[in-house]
Design a binder for this molecule. Sequence first.
Ligand code: KG4
Ligand code: ZN
Length: 336
Amino acid sequence: MRVLAIETSCDDTGAAVLLDGRKILSNIVSSQVSVHQKYGGVVPELASRKHIESIVPIVREALETAGLTLKGIDGIAVTQGPGLIGSLLVGLSFAKSVALAAGLPFVGVNHIEAHLSAIFLEEKPPRFPFVGLVVSGGHTSLYRMDGFGKFARLGQTRDDAAGEAYDKVAKLLGLGYPGGPIIDELSKTGNRGAIRFPRPVLSRHSLDFSFSGVKTAVVNYVKTHPEPAGGYPEDFVKDLVSSFQEAVIDVLVSKTVQAAQQEGVKRIVLAGGVAANQRLRQRIMEESRGRKLNVYLPSPLFCTDNAAMVGVVGHEYLKRGMKSPLSLNAFSSLPL
Ligand code: KG4
Ligand code: ZN
């Protein structure tokens, strides 16, 4: 089965063609970073306009790269939510139109389920059940996944998502957007023990997260260290961001390990843009080794938003004969 998948939940326009839900025939992502960079974050109205411009050429490119026309496609998968409503509506309306015109079945996919399923694009995917940490610009949640469509949410952030905290700290320091990859790079040569930022664990058994306190602690630290003429010294910035990153990662790693232990599950999967972070990948491997937990990490390309991961889920549902009606709506919040 060949599935055309479309992803427009935030600021990346993605289209992919997957064979049997695993083999990538094409996976095209058009990033809008240059549009939003000067604002230090995604501007929803600009994002939807840009999706409208990009959707046709990106889908066309995905089909061409796969060496196919719509005649060679068996079904369409599209992100239905959660995400920015204007952005989601572009992808969903487009997918519905193509499905109607080409007489193809289409299915709406939950963006979080797509992130958790990106790991099936790798050569050695995990068996079920596993504990999955979805950590991105919009989400920080822990799930137990027992199969496609079979989830239990174990915890989630009570305020900021981890990626959002990265982006806000980078913006505060004028480092650029998106902040995650920039802080990831700068932290490599910073002293992560320089400043002890809070590690919000909430209560001992809770698998919820909270990152607004760490972010505020960084803001307060910056306020008490006013910028000298000529800007902050490079080492100051590196030490600051690597100390911030270590606080965030300490909590992400300890709660994920705790979730696996509480559930009696031996497999851990990371997903979402922040899962591309090199220090997080290193730390989760280190902490799991001695506890006999197996960690599965998607390639960085499959961590950030892409349509191939939407195709994995779409294939699974289309294969089961599931179809969405043309009346399907997009939702900015869509619980899994
Ligand atoms: O999954 P994603 O592409 O979009 C959402 O669904 O949110 O994640 C984007 C987020 C941004 O906040 C970005 O700063 C963060 O992921 N990110 C990273 C890294 N690469 C992307 N955070 C930390 N380290 C990275 N290497
Ligand atoms: Zn995402």
